[in-house]
Ligand binder design. Structure first.
Ligand code: ACO
Length: 423
């Protein structure tokens, strides 16, 4: 049922149409104020819809996450990351022939230009792998200049596939560069996840054989991280894309946003926190510190999920599967104790703070012997599917415009420039 919002401003009455639970912010401009036409003030875009999207649905209160209408629980149980990437991009699950073609296409594009590889090689050995990844991805449009032609459907498709395919290769090169190891090139014999593990971990063996349980656990982790509607990094991708940018340039914004400790960097921060706590008996003291505002309980809380993060439940199961192969991460006991206390503590309960996906992902990555700096890279690789799907949706949306928010100006006005010696 159509709704109308009635606004009385002084002697004037205004009717604002409410559609899809929103009012058009531009309709507010009809209402004048002392400071000019009425606008909304929304730092962090807490209550502002910036686009229409048919990719990912989240109901934070009910703990629901769906990709193109499919519940995350079903996809995590039955699907694969590449199938989910297809679903996100094209809107439907592929049939067998479409899936085979898609897997071939993605796998065909896994190699990167040698000069893109050199960008990683020329980085400082101890620089953060997210920085290396950002630089290498930023260079890709130079190797594929026609990717700038974003109105051409074939170019869009080709370059989205290229980015999806090359991210694991660049991520693995960034990792091996930090260790001073040779780069392992992609292998045509291996599937997406197995090949990624091979590029990361292969030593001198002729054929790299990954444990099937690990392959499946990483596949599930990748499905869980593939998209998450208008989160910080996706919003960054869309904002950069709104200026008419190619998928590579836009994805750099996503990687940069994801790097932050409040976003994808949280899994790295969780591990730092667990190692600082050090032992189970120090957990109560740490929790008291959090409640006193001295620290945050990293891996807890979410802007959208205020009941539970459905990905956290699935990831806990994956963690158990990984620990079967690697042995239990000794920090697991600290994490479990933190969770146990926090879930029963008024401070966390009243603020609806629950474990998010990053609370356990770091433990898995550590068990796989990744240094903490690699954890966010392990997030960026699968999130590429969401970034390219959201990039394309934004590019094709006739309602989208170049992103350009308003501000409330709080500075001085109309000052006269003073010469240097008169200041
Ligand atoms: N530890 C302790 N207190 C917290 C935490 C936390 N992790 N998260 C929120 N709070 C408190 C805040 O201090 C605030 O308390 P107050 O009302 O007394 O001031 C209240 O809970 C509400 O928090 P906000 O900051 O308003 O929540 P917001 O939605 O803006 O932030 C965020 C969400 C950034 C995820 C936050 O919960 C946080 O910083 N968590 C830790 C970092 C983290 O795990 N990030 C990963 C998010 S998932 C992802 O990106 C994949």
């Amino acid at each position: 049922m159509a709704k109308t919002l009635y606004v009385r401003s002084g002697s004037e009455e205004h009717e604002l149409a409410v559609t899809d639970g929103t009012i058009r912010a531009s309709d507010l401009r009809r209402i004048s104020t002392d400071a000019g036409p009425l606008a909304t003030y929304d730092p962090g875009l807490l209550n502002t819809a910036s686009c229409r999207s048919s990719i990912t649905y989240i109901d934070g209160d009910a703990g629901i996450l769906e990709y193109r209408g499919y519940p995350i629980e079903q996809l995590a149980e039955k699907s694969t990351y590449l199938e989910v990437a297809y679903l996100l991009l094209k809107g439907e699950l592929p049939n067998a022939a479409q899936l085979a073609t898609w897997e071939n296409e993605v796998n065909h594009h896994r190699l990167v230009h040698e000069n893109a590889k050199d960008i990683i090689t020329k980085s400082r050995y101890d620089s953060h792998p997210m920085g290396k990844l950002m630089s290498a991805v930023a260079s890709l449009h130079a190797f594929y200049p026609s990717s700038r032609n974003i109105t051409d459907a074939c170019e869009r498709e080709l370059n989205m596939v290229r980015l999806l395919a090359k991210m694991p290769t660049l991520a693995a090169f960034a990792y091996r560069h930090s260790l001073g190891r040779n780069y392992v090139y992609p292998s045509d014999e291996l599937g997406f996840v197995e090949n990624f593990l091979s590029m990361l971990f292969k030593r001198q063996e002729r054929h790299f054989i990954a444990d099937e349980r690990l392959v499946r656990a990483i596949d599930v982790l990748f499905i869980l991280h593939a998209d998450h509607e208008q989160n910080c990094s996706t919003n960054a991708v869309r904002a950069v894309a709104s200026a008419g940018n190619d998928p590579y340039t836009s994805a750099v914004a996503g990687i940069a946003a994801l790097f932050g400790p409040l976003h994808g960097g949280a899994n790295e921060a969780v591990l730092k926190m667990l190692s600082e706590i050090g032992s189970v008996d120090r957990v109560p003291e740490f929790i008291e510190g959090v409640k006193a505002g001295q620290a945050k309980l990293m891996g807890f809380g979410h802007r959208v999920y205020k009941n539970y993060d459905p990905r956290a439940r699935i990831i806990k199961k994956s963690a158990d599967e990984v620990f079967e192969v690697t042995g239990v991460n000794p920090r697991l006991a600290i994490a479990q104790e933190l969770e146990r206390i926090a879930l029963n503590d008024e401070y966390f309960v009243s603020r609806k703070l629950y474990p998010n996906v990053d609370f356990y992902s770091g433990l898995i990555y550590e068990a796989l012997k990744f240094p903490p700096a690699m954890f966010t890279v392990m997030f960026a690789v699968p999130r590429t599917a969401g970034w390219v799907a959201q990039w394309q949706e934004g590019v094709l949306d006739p309602e989208q415009k170049i992103t350009r928010p308003k501000q409330i100006y709080t500075g001085l006005r109309g000052r006269d420039y003073a010469a240097l010696d008169a200041r």
